[in-house]
Design a protein around this ligand. Structure first.
Ligand SMILES: [Zn+2]
Ligand SMILES: [Zn+2]
Length: 388
């Protein structure tokens, strides 16, 4: 990156902070990001980006920036949604929407991609096309999946897609970049157990659903310890058991719910199969019946090697080799950028936000000191991918 480029990006900082604070004050959640989308469109138009699309999801927007010369197409993606959290920060741009808050920093991600869009629109000395993707509903509803299903990658011949997330308590403006898995899949399951209700004083006349449920919970713990390759990572967590209403009745029904996190499709499918077999088999032991509803929600976020290498090169160029952490252990949280990575090659990286409150906490706030680093990263990605 030339010093002129770095200077032009640094000059965007105050404006980006203003955008970020505006978005922070007006948080909107899954597929309700109407004002946010309007705000993004207004900004993109003011940058001279006129090719805009809003038809890949109920909210969100996609903008197209053509370079001076013809060439390949790449995508840069930001999530734009907030969370259902009551903000506890005492700041002058605090959330104005009751019960909603930008507690994951997607306000900052949006401002970063807007900054990159503004720079790239004014400096089109690249060969090809940059598609900026402002994606809604990352947190729960899989807006990334919806955009993919609605033909985002059929409409644009995107050859590589780049996403990023801020990370509190990773040193300020350090990068964390992985080859392969970076975040886990996210699935949920529900096991309905049906037995025969009875008087608690006459258990021999019933088929006990609570006893069945507790054995199923225990047996599910053998998936990780006995079925999983010991060098892999997998989480099977039971998070709810519901049954019974009083002291002297063996209830006829019980429900178990929980979640599975895996770092590969193979392990995700292994967990699904074993949960079904164990539940049904354990219920048989106690003459009850188990029905399993397993829902695959988000796949694992798995980076592609070529794009991870490009991201590493770019990050090292911007902040220096010592501030780029490569191939650290993945986290077991999940991210719907995974759907985009299933469709086209790409990479999802993290930028250190320095010491502070972690995401999804009512006192979290995005660190404005990483805004320009994010823009430098995106701009240099374009330079590497589409540079003359
Ligand atoms: Zn989040
Ligand atoms: Zn997030």
């Amino acid at each position: 990156m030339t010093s002129t480029t770095a200077k032009s990006i640094a000059a965007l900082k105050d404006e980006m902070i203003e955008w970020r604070h505006h978005i922070h004050a007006h948080p909107e959640t899954a597929f309700e990001e109407k004002l946010t989308t309007e705000y993004i469109i207004e900004k993109l138009k003011s940058f001279g980006i006129t090719e805009l699309y809003t038809d890949f999801a109920p909210t969100g927007v996609v903008g197209v920036i053509q370079g001076k010369n013809k060439g390949r197409t790449i995508g840069l993606r930001s999530d734009i949604d907030a969370l259902d959290i009551v903000e506890e920060n005492k700041i002058d741009y605090c959330s104005k929407i009751p019960g909603k808050m930008h507690a994951c920093g997607h306000d900052g991600h949006t401002a970063t991609l807007l900054g990159a869009a503004k720079y790239l629109s004014a400096n089109r000395d690249f060969s090809g096309t940059v598609v900026v993707i402002f994606q809604p509903a990352e947190e729960n509803e899989g807006g990334g999946r919806v955009m993919v299903e609605n033909g985002l990658f059929e409409k644009f011949p995107i050859e590589a897609v780049y996403g990023m997330h801020n990370q509190p308590n990773l040193e300020l403006n350090h990068f964390l970049i992985n080859h392969g898995p970076v975040m886990a899949s996210y699935d949920v399951f529900e096991i309905k157990i049906t037995g025969v209700g009875a008087h608690a004083a006459a258990p021999h006349l019933g088929k006990d659903t609570i006893l069945t449920a507790t054995h199923i919970v225990n047996n599910l713990q053998t998936i990780v310890s006995r079925n999983l390759n010991p060098t892999d990572s997998l989480v099977v967590s039971v998070t709810q058991i519901h049954s019974g209403d009083t002291w002297n009745v063996l209830p006829q029904h019980a429900v178990i719910r929980g979640t599975v996190r895996a770092l590969s499709t193979e392990d995700q499918y292994l967990a699904e199969e074993r949960i079904k077999h164990i539940s049904i088999g354990t219920a048989l032991t106690f003459c009850t019946k188990a029905e399993v509803d397993y829902q695959r929600r988000y796949p694992a976020t798995i980076n592609h090697t070529k794009q991870a290498d490009i991201a590493i090169k770019v990050a090292q160029k911007i902040v220096g080799n010592d501030k780029v952490i490569i191939d650290s252990p993945p986290t077991m949280g999940s991210e719907d950028f995974a759907f985009m990575l299933q469709k086209v090659p790409g990479v999802y990286i993290k930028i250190g936000a320095g010491k502070g409150t972690n995401v999804h906490n009512p006192s979290y706030n995005f660190n404005d000191e990483i805004l320009t680093t994010g823009v430098e990263y995106f701009v240099e990605i374009v330079n590497q991918e589409l540079g003359n």
